[in-house]
Design a protein around this ligand. Structure first.
Ligand code: GLU
Length: 295
């Protein structure tokens, strides 16, 4: 069993990302598995200076020690390019030079999917060579289904609900959907535990795994933490950084949020005791089967 935590260094660790870190850690460690940390630092324009280092120091302060070396996505472009080349060989991709505005304008005749406008496939047969262009992967009008350990049965039709999606951006950066699939495969990840804000990405990732001939992975999507205004905790919504000095309090609260019902006096213990209790008692079936909860 190999699990992972894959933060984007766009800001320091907040309570929402602690939940994903803790749940993925406990799920792996409960079965004597490995827990890897991968820094998803491909989107340099969105990166916050010092955040990657700060995230790692906070994980250590919370007793969440990872196995092996940290993988930095920014150093792995060659690997993503090889995967892209494989998809190109099979003619699964095409170049797209549509601007955001053009896609918006063409939307009159197209439909809104689960993540906004469904790209109408304007460039599919155009064989665009002029640069800059993005690379999209062709989707199929068929259902992709999987059983999520927490959220249950999930089915999506990528052509009808998402549309042909970008795997390399026009600015040359590889998109999350491709890099995450390549890395989870190369790192031998067997179990992905993460926030349910990424549930809708899973079918795209399974689709890419199929196209690339990779094995499927077991998914478990924990409820994403929202603030009182109903916004996902993130840098954009000014989620507060969690501090090293609050490790015990935050770990205790995270266990409560994850439905584990720790005994009241555990909150006063050191992080090591809290994590020991958590490892002995972790039960993923107790995690609330919701996509989000306010904290
Ligand atoms: N880097 C992503 C994020 O911070 C998570 C990726 C994943 O767990 O698949 O939202």
């Amino acid at each position: 069993m190999i699990g992972r935590f894959a933060p984007s260094p766009t800001g320091p660790l907040h309570f929402g990302s602690l939940l994903a870190a803790l749940a993925s850690y406990l799920e792996a460690k409960k079965s004597q598995g490995k827990w890897l940390v991968r820094m998803e630092d491909l989107d340099k324009p969105r990166e916050m200076k010092g955040a990657a280092e700060a995230i790692l120091r906070t994980l250590e302060a919370y007793g969440l020690y990872w196995d092996g070396e940290i993988v930095y996505q920014s150093k792995r472009n060659d690997l993503y390019q090889s995967a892209l080349n494989e998809l190109n060989v099979d003619k699964r991709t095409y170049a797209c030079s549509c601007s955001r505005k053009e896609i918006q304008d063409s939307a009159i005749n197209s439909q809104i999917g689960i993540e906004g406008i469904i790209y109408p496939g304007t460039c599919r047969e155009k064989h665009i060579t002029k640069t800059p262009h993005a690379i999209r992967v062709k989707t199929l009008d068929q259902n992709i289904s999987f059983e999520d350990i927490i959220q249950g049965h999930v089915t999506q039709n990528l052509a009808k609900q998402i549309g042909d999606f970008v795997i390399k951006r026009a600015d040359g950066l590889f998109a999350y959907q491709l890099s995450v699939v390549v890395d989870d495969y190369l790192q031998g990840i067997t179990h992905i535990v993460r926030g349910a804000d990424l549930l809708d990405s899973s079918t795209r990732q399974i689709y890419l795994q199929d196209l690339l001939g990779y094995q499927h992975i077991q998914y478990a999507h924990i409820p994403a933490a929202h603030n009182q205004q109903g916004e996902k905790l993130s840098k954009q919504t000014l989620a507060q950084a969690i501090l090293a000095k609050d490790a015990s309090k935050n770990l205790y609260q995270a266990l409560c949020f994850l439905g584990q019902r720790p005994p009241a006096d555990l909150g006063a213990e050191k992080t090591e005791q809290i994590l020991n209790w958590a490892m002995d008692n972790w039960d993923i079936n107790k995690v609330p089967k919701q996509k989000s909860t306010a904290i």
